[in-house]
Design a binder for this molecule. Structure first.
Ligand code: OXD
Ligand code: MN
Length: 597
C-alpha cells in the first residue's frame, strides 16, 4: 500500500472536514458492513492519480508501456472471465415489477438488498475502501447530477478520475444540493457465480459486486448516467440517452449539433470524432460526447444536450489512422489500456493496428491458435480533452441545442443508408425500431439481430412502454424539436462486402441531413419516410460498386412489411404500457407500404 495520504484513514476514521453528513453516514454504514482496512476519500488531484497509478504498478496490476512511443500509458489485464458487461446479471429493482418492464431483469428491492448485503459483508477486509465523489456533466451546469461511488478497486478509481469530474468540487456540489446517487462496488473474488449489478432507481442507488470491468464497475457510466438517470429524467422531464453529440460546421460557417444513438460498438466513437474526407474541405466536426447525452428542453423550445462524461472508454480494436485518426492520436499518451496485446517493444497492440503482437491480452506469448491478440472488447480510457476534435462547448453549463437526432444500427440488409422520419411522433417509432447485429461489447453470441430501441435495450432503467410515452411527450415539451433520421452504415452485398465505405465518408450523409434541417435538400417521400435520391448525395471521390448507391437507397416494400410485422410484435411485448400512438403510427406505415404495392 502506498504511503497513506492525509485523506487515507484507518478503519476507525473521523470524517474529513467538509464532507456532507448524508455522505458521511452512508460511508459509515458501508464501512461497518464491508470492514475495510482503511478508507480513502478521493480528492481528484493529479497527485492522487499518480499515487494510485504508482501503487497499482508496484502491485503488478498496471504495466507501464513504452515511454518513448506511449508516454505515461499503462496496460491493465482484467480477469479473463471479466471482460464485458453482463446483461444477464444486471437487474432493475423496483417495487413493482412492471415498472422495470420486460426489457430489464427484475428483483424485489428487499430481496436484492439482502442478497447484495450478504455478498458485501466483510468483503473489503484487508482492502482499501475508496470514496469517489463525482459529477456527471459540467460542474456548474443545472443539468448535471452527482454521485458517490464506494469501491475497493484502485483501477476503478483511476478510471473514474479519467471519465468523470471526480473529487472535491463534486463533493462540494453534493454538500450544496444534498442529493446524490449512491453506488457501492466491490470486485469481490471476481467469481462469475457471485456477480450481480443491481439498480434501485426509486432509491437512486446501485450495488455492483464481483466484476472489475468497465460498464459493471465504473458506476458513473452505464449504471448512473443511463439506467438511474433515465428514471430520474422521466420524473424530472428530460432524457438520458445512449448518444454521441457532434458539432458540424459547413464551409459556409453554418453550425449544427447532432445527437446519434447506435447500439454498442456500432461506431459511435468513430462518428463522434469524424474527420471529413479530402473531397469536403472546409467542413469541421467537433466532439461534444461519444457515448451518453442528457437532453433537456431549453428556454427557447429547443432540445439541449450535455455530455455527462469527461472521458472516453472506447473499443481499441479497429482504431487506426485510417479509421479514426483523432482517436489514434488521442491515445498516444496518458492513456489506460485494458486487455490489449503488446508488441516486443512494449507498445500496446490490437487488431487493426500496424506492427505485430508479441504477448496477447491474457499475458501469454501470442499464438493465433488462441484467437485474437487483443480481446475484441479491449478498451482505452482517456480524458476527453486529449481528443484533437474536442468541442469547447462540452464544458458549457447550458449544453448545446440539437438540430437532429440520428438513430442507427448494424444491419446487413433492409435498412437503407438514410431516411428521415415524417415528424417527431414518427421519429419515436423509428427510434423504437432500432435493431442491430450483436457485437463483443456484451457477453453472448455475436452477429445475432436483436431489437435495441433507441440503442437503450441494455440501459433503459424502466419499462420501455413508459419510456416511449415519455419520448412522445416531448412533442408538447418542445416548440422546435430536432428532426429525426435513421442511418445504416453497415449494408452488405450478397458476398458480404460492405456497400458503403463508412467512417469519414459518413459526413456525406450528414451533409444531406443538415441540408434537410436548413430546408435546402430535396427528398422523395417513401412509405418509410423521406429519402435522398442517389443524385442528392455528394459522391465525388467515392469508389462505390456499380448500383451500390441505388441499392443503399432502395425501399424493399415486402421486406419492410415483414419488418413492421416484427416491430408490431416487439411493441406488443410491453402490453398496455406501449402508447397507442406508436401502434397508430405503425398502422399508417403499413398502409403506406400497401399503397406502394
Ligand atoms: C459501451 C457500450 O461500453 O455501449 O459504451 O457497451
Ligand atoms: Mn455505449
Amino acid at each position: 500500500m502506498a504511503t497513506p495520504s492525509p485523506r487515507t484513514q484507518d478503519s476507525q476514521p473521523s470524517i474529513p472536514a467538509g464532507v456532507p453528513p448524508v455522505v458521511a453516514r452512508w460511508v459509515d454504514e458501508v464501512r461497518a458492513l464491508t470492514q475495510p482496512a482503511r478508507v480513502h476519500w478521493c480528492t481528484g488531484t493529479s497527485a492522487e492519480h499518480d499515487a494510485l497509478v504508482a501503487e497499482l504498478e508496484s502491485r503488478g496490476e498496471l504495466q507501464r508501456l513504452d515511454a518513448a512511443t506511449f508516454p505515461n500509458c499503462h496496460l491493465y489485464r482484467s480477469d479473463p472471465s471479466d471482460v464485458a458487461r453482463v446483461e444477464h446479471l444486471t437487474f432493475v429493482c423496483t417495487k413493482h415489477r412492471d415498472d422495470a418492464g420486460p426489457n430489464n431483469l427484475w428483483m424485489a428491492p428487499g430481496e436484492a438488498h439482502r442478497k447484495m448485503d450478504d455478498l458485501f459483508r466483510g468483503c473489503m477486509k484487508g482492502r482499501t475502501l475508496y470514496v469517489v465523489p463525482y459529477c456527471m456533466g459540467p460542474i456548474d451546469s443545472p443539468y448535471s447530477r452527482c454521485g458517490v461511488e464506494i469501491t475497493d478497486s484502485a483501477y476503478v478509481v483511476v478510471n473514474m478520475g479519467l471519465m468523470t469530474r471526480m473529487g472535491t468540487p463534486a463533493l462540494e456540489r453534493i454538500a450544496r444540493e444534498g442529493r446524490f446517487v449512491k453506488g457501492l462496488h466491490s470486485t469481490g473474488e471476481l467469481d462469475p457465480n457471485r456477480r450481480f449489478i443491481m439498480h434501485f432507481p426509486e432509491e437512486l442507488s446501485i450495488k455492483s459486486f464481483g466484476s472489475g470491468y468497465g460498464g459493471n464497475a465504473l458506476l458513473g457510466k452505464k449504471c448512473h448516467a443511463l439506467r438511474i438517470a433515465s428514471w430520474q429524467a422521466r420524473d424530472e422531464g428530460w432524457l438520458a440517452e445512449h448518444m454521441l453529440v457532434v458539432g458540424i460546421e459547413s464551409p459556409r460557417g453554418e453550425k449544427h449539433y447532432v445527437a446519434a444513438a447506435f447500439p454498442s460498438a456500432c461506431g459511435k466513437t468513430n462518428l463522434g470524432m469524424l474527420i471529413p474526407p479530402a473531397t469536403m474541405p472546409g467542413w469541421k466536426v467537433t466532439t461534444v460526447g461519444e457515448d451518453i447525452a442528457w437532453l433537456h428542453p431549453g428556454p427557447d423550445g429547443r432540445l439541449y444536450a450535455i455530455n455527462p462524461e469527461n472521458g472516453y472508454f472506447g473499443v481499441a480494436p479497429g482504431t487506426s489512422p485510417k479509421t479514426n485518426k483523432n482517436a489514434y492520436d488521442m491515445i498516444r499518451h496518458d492513456t489506460l489500456f485494458t486487455n490489449v496485446a503488446v508488441t516486443a517493444d512494449n507498445q500496446p497492440w490490437w487488431e487493426g493496428r500496424e506492427g505485430t503482437p508479441a504477448i496477447d491480452w491474457q499475458g501469454r506469448p501470442y499464438d493465433s491458435k488462441n484467437g485474437p491478440a487483443a480481446h475484441p472488447n479491449s478498451r482505452f480510457t482517456v480524458r476527453a480533452k486529449q481528443n484533437p476534435s474536442y468541442a469547447a462547448e462540452a464544458d458549457m453549463a447550458t449544453g448545446v441545442p440539437l438540430s437532429a437526432i440520428v438513430f442507427g444500427g448494424r444491419r446487413r440488409s433492409l435498412a437503407p443508408l438514410v431516411y428521415e422520419a415524417r415528424n417527431w411522433r414518427h421519429g419515436v417509432l423509428v427510434g423504437s425500431s432500432v435493431a442491430s447485429e450483436t457485437t463483443a461489447a456484451a457477453t453472448g453470441a455475436v452477429g445475432v439481430l436483436r431489437r435495441d430501441p433507441m440503442a437503450m435495450k441494455p440501459f433503459a432503467g424502466y419499462n420501455f412502454g413508459d419510456y416511449w410515452r415519455h419520448w412522445l411527450s416531448f412533442e408538447h415539451r418542445l416548440k422546435h424539436p430536432p428532426k429525426v433520421f435513421h442511418v445504416n452504415w453497415f449494408r452488405q452485398d450478397a458476398a458480404g462486402k460492405f456497400l458503403w465505405p463508412g467512417f469519414g465518408d459518413n459526413l456525406r450523409v450528414l451533409e444531406w441531413i443538415l441540408a434537410r434541417i436548413d430546408g435546402r435538400a430535396p427528398a422523395r417521400e417513401t412509405p418509410i419516410g423521406y429519402m435522398p435520391s442517389p443524385a442528392d448525395l455528394r459522391t465525388e471521390g467515392l469508389d462505390l460498386a456499380p448500383g451500390a448507391l441505388e441499392e443503399l437507397l432502395r425501399v424493399d416494400v415486402a421486406g419492410w412489411r415483414t419488418e413492421y410485422g416484427g416491430l408490431r410484435e416487439h411493441l406488443a411485448e410491453y402490453g398496455d404500457r406501449t402508447p397507442k400512438e406508436l401502434a397508430i403510427e405503425l398502422d399508417q406505415g403499413l398502409e403506406r407500404l400497401d399503397a406502394a404495392g
